[in-house]
Design a binder for this molecule. Structure first.
Ligand code: EPS
Length: 399
């Protein structure tokens, strides 16, 4: 990331998770409610475990905002972990007497879970207890990403860009493709606890989640992110690290348990002929954001040459099943070297509905960065003027 950067910190069962976000221009109206609304969306979802009953995520602004507007300085967003009250002894930063006892600190995890960061992390970081790894590998960290992404989303909304997502596959159940998506994708998707726009598929997804739960198993799925209102020309074709498709793929693949990202028709396009893959271009006067042209189809998903075309950006994100199984797979206990059943910590059957919300947040952060890269501006007003100047020139091109 260049212009808009962020980092997160915090252990899953520590006092809080937080994000520091840099590069947001001054003068962006921002209230805690904007962040809290997104945090609540991330906490929804059929198939979540008991942790989501404990947490009611709410942001505290520690820096970068005054009287409801950004200052242009780093924005610190802190979200307390309510569960900390139950974990203070286990996660205490100070050493405790029991650390020296033969049994060591409580809640050690040595029966490392296949598919989790547990084993590789403790070998790499030379730890005896996989808790030192899993606390940070936990999807709790995505709370901070969604908080930072909510700020990026606010900026994009001011520039006429909207981001939505919905679940298109869960537990092996495919939602039928819709000819036209609703205007407000999130209003429709958030009304479903699996965030699926098709009620029949949604019910089949719930049934499949229940069946996996009964068998102590977990399930994955695919969410689709759709972004509307982007101007033509974000990103660049000139260098590998400026290509927007590559930057989006990196951001989305960094979400825990995400194993694949598709742009537009993605993998399916590889099996077809060019004449049925590429999108024909037609005049579309008066539409500067698309360069006064339109694509008859949008199989490219709004990206050509590593740049936005002005058509809706369409990204699909695939999540593997969560690796904590209540009916565990076989593993090695790293404390004894003996074979064992993997640890079965409290967890979720699926987090695919939440993953879609997290994917929106990561997409918003990358797009806010791309907007500031192209247009610059230390204040929202300056950024707007720069966008308007560019669109005025584009409107003059194809007539
Ligand atoms: C997670 C395990 C569960 C999830 C957690 C991620 O938490 P716990 O170990 O406390 O039961 O609920 O997700 C969140 C806390 C969250 O906010 O998304 C894991 O091991 O990755």
């Amino acid at each position: 990331m260049g212009r808009v950067r962020f980092t997160t910190a915090g252990e899953s069962h520590g006092p809080a998770v937080l994000a520091i976000l840099e590069g947001v221009p001054a003068g962006l109206p921002l209230l805690a409610a904007h962040i809290d609304g997104e945090l609540a969306r991330r906490q929804q979802g059929y198939g979540r475990g008991r942790r989501m009953v404990i947490e009611h995520d709410q942001v505290e602004f520690l820096s970068g905002i005054r009287a409801g507007e950004t200052l242009g300085s780093p924005i610190t967003l802190l979200v307390p972990n309510r569960d900390w009250a139950n974990w203070e002894a286990i996660m205490d930063p100070a050493p405790r007497a029991e650390d020296d006892a033969p049994a060591g600190r409580r809640r050690q995890l040595t029966r490392v879970r296949p598919g989790h960061a547990d084993l590789t992390g403790l070998l790499k970081y030379d730890r005896a207890d996989a808790r030192d790894i899993l606390e940070r590998a936990s999807a709790r960290e995505t709370t901070a990403r969604v908080a930072a992404g909510a700020v990026a989303r606010r900026l994009l909304v001011e520039l006429g860009v909207s981001i939505g997502s919905h679940v298109v596959q869960l537990a092996g159940v495919d939602a039928p493709a819709l000819a036209v998506l609703p205007d407000d994708i999130n209003a429709a998707a958030d009304a479903s606890d699996v965030r699926c726009l098709d009620p029949v598929a949604a019910e089949a997804m719930r049934v499949a989640i229940d069946a996996a739960k009964v068998e102590g198993d977990t399930v994955g799925g695919v969410a689709e992110v759709v972004v509307r209102g982007l101007p033509v020309g974000l990103g660049s074709h000139v260098s590998w690290d400026r290509k927007l498709d590559g930057r989006l793929a990196q951001a989305l693949c960094s979400i825990p348990a995400v194993k694949g990202v598709e742009m537009g028709d993605g993998f399916a396009a590889a099996a077809r002929r060019g004449s049925t893959v590429h999108d024909e271009i037609v005049p579309h006067p008066g539409d500067a954001r698309r360069g006064n042209v339109a694509r008859r189809t949008n199989r490219a998903g709004g990206l050509e040459g590593g740049m936005t075309t002005g058509e809706p950006l369409v990204l699909r994100v695939a999540m593997k099943p969560i690796s904590t199984l209540m009916r565990p797979l076989g593993t090695v206990d790293v404390a004894t070297g003996q074979t064992a059943a993997a640890a079965a910590e409290r967890s979720d059957v699926t987090a695919v509905p939440a993953m879609g919300v997290i994917a929106e947040a990561m997409t918003a952060l990358i797009l806010a960065d791309a907007m500031l890269e192209k247009f610059g501006g230390d204040s929202l007003g300056e950024l707007r003027r720069n966008v308007d100047g560019y669109l005025a020139r584009v409107a003059d091109r194809v007539r």
